[in-house]
Design a protein around this ligand. Structure first.
Ligand SMILES: NC(=O)c1ccc[n+]([C@@H]2O[C@H](COP(=O)([O-])OP(=O)(O)OC[C@H]3O[C@@H](n4cnc5c(N)ncnc54)[C@H](O)[C@@H]3O)[C@@H](O)[C@H]2O)c1
Length: 329
């Protein structure tokens, strides 16, 4: 059955807004569910979709929306980010894992056959050996999940519960494990996690960027519009062999390469990025290259943005929606 409409939890978040926009462009009706709406990147299309304010932990609220709107699928993006989940593990687990079960239960009770879950490379926790620097053997979906942070654990738990709703009730559950994502609006919302945003937005402001360490590390960072495309493709897919897919850019870049791209656009931009490998300073290795063969073959996913194209689009979207860049010293 063709996808006509889908409920998007977290639909006004950093990724959600581009999912909503892409659905509208393709003639698929988004029904947006979020507890803290931010329409900055949706202001021109705000009247084109139904919005419900609510909490994904509230089964009754989800069921009311489903009964009223009758979506064909749920695209589940609502979640707390790693720092928030780490600071409050119980709430982190409730929102990122238990609420995923609530969403699955809402799908079951509401007779919705499809759920797309937004997972993360965090599922792998520590990526070691030949899969890390400097060899970067492409990581496929069969690499063992060894979650480290609370956020990572919630992603693996959610995936496992999705598999059980598939096994028990036949729900077509798909989990997308994203590489790092960069997006306009992410820096203001997610702060330190958005190191790409920091480099782009400081350059937009004509301010220097100093990052003390990590200039030699390479990592896979995918642009938010490719992410949105993958979510819409997964929502439309049927009868896939696999249930877990990697979504990435297919490429590795250093922060210094990103800085060089910014210098092409803003020749006077200044960057000082120190040596070493761990720019996030996490102490375990999160830098790796997603093998996206499975998503290419089964979902028809193909990244559309190279680094320069993504940076140009990022800047264009900030300007189009009147979002002031954030300075991070
Ligand atoms: N941004 C990344 O780099 C990245 C990487 C991998 C995976 N992901 C995953 O993609 C999904 C979307 O992430 P994002 O970057 O857009 O995050 P975001 O924080 O920008 O958006 C999440 C949205 O969910 C809403 N929300 C949170 N808890 C809620 C609740 N209990 N009930 C209702 N709404 C709630 C928030 O208000 C927000 O609008 C998440 O599952 C995230 O874990 C993101």
């Amino acid at each position: 059955m063709a996808l006509r409409k889908a409920l998007v939890t977290g639909g006004t978040g950093v990724n959600g807004v581009w999912v909503v926009r892409q659905m509208l462009e393709q003639g698929i009706e988004p029904i947006v569910f979020d507890w803290a709406p931010d329409f900055t990147f949706l202001k021109d299309v705000k009247d084109d979709f139904r919005f419900y304010r609510g909490d994904t932990r509230d089964l009754a609220a989800l069921l009311r929306v489903i009964k009223e709107t009758r979506p064909d699928a749920i695209l589940h993006l609502a979640a707390l980010m790693p720092n928030a989940a780490q600071a409050d593990p119980r709430t982190g687990f409730e929102i990122n894992a238990m609420a995923t079960v609530t969403v699955l239960e809402a799908a079951r009770l509401g007779d919705i056959g499809k759920v797309v879950f937004t997972s993360s490379k965090g599922a792998y926790g520590d990526v070691t050996g030949e899969y890390g620097h400097p060899t970067f053997r492409p990581l496929d979906e069969d690499y063992p999940a060894r979650p480290v942070l609370v956020y990572d654990v919630t992603k693996v738990a959610s995936e496992g519960m999705g598999m059980n709703y598939h096994r028990n009730y036949g729900i077509d559950f798909i989990a997308l494990r994203f590489a790092g994502i960069f997006a306009p609006g992410k820096l203001a919302r997610h702060g330190v996690l958005s190191i790409y945003g920091r480099i782009v937005e400081n350059a937009m402001l004509g301010k220097p960027t100093r990052i003390p360490q990590g200039g030699e590390q390479r990592d896979d960072n995918v642009y938010v519009k490719d992410v949105a495309n993958s979510i819409v493709l997964a929502a439309q897919a049927s009868g896939t062999r696999s249930r877990i897919f990697h979504i990435g850019s297919g490429k590795l870049h250093t922060l210094r390469e990103l800085a060089a791209v910014l210098k092409e656009i803003y020749p006077r931009a200044e960057f000082d990025i120190g040596p070493g490998l761990d720019y996030f300073g996490l102490g375990h290795n999160v830098y790796s290259l997603h093998d996206i063969t499975r998503a290419r073959e089964e979902l028809g996913y193909e990244p559309q943005y190279d680094l320069l194209g993504a940076v140009k689009d990022y800047i264009a979207m900030m300007e189009k929606f009147g979002v002031a860049p954030t300075y991070t010293g």
